[in-house]
Ligand binder design. Sequence first.
Ligand SMILES: *[C@@H]1O[C@H](CO)[C@@H](O)[C@H](O)[C@H]1NC(C)=O
Length: 113
Amino acid sequence: MRRVFILLGARLHKGLDIVCSDGSIVYAPFDVTLNGKLTVYNDPNKAAINSGINLSGEGLCFKLFYVQPDRTSGTVRAGQRLGVMLPMQSVYPEITSHIHVQMCDRSDPTPHF
Ligand SMILES: *[C@@H]1O[C@H](CO)[C@@H](O)[C@H](O)[C@H]1NC(C)=O
């Protein structure tokens, strides 16, 4: 099973996109508190990749899109599993599957990861 840490990644637009194969396990980059599940899209055609999670840790509030979270509340320690990368290829076969990281205040996440 491939492991994906949120530490890797390329920079992009208002967030950070981390290349990640569909079905990969996603791990916490540091100790985090889970602030609930997110809905990424309202479009039923994109239901397969609709989930994300709202997190905080190290004084940061941020969101991960396209991840099916194992849990939506409580805490997860650094290196422990957060969830699974959703099947982005089933919705967007023309792009490389990725997790999108966005800060709650819309600032650039790049310096933190
Ligand atoms: C994410 O969680 C933070 C902290 O609880 C909260 O302030 C923020 O409104 C949440 N954002 C979303 C999109 O749920």
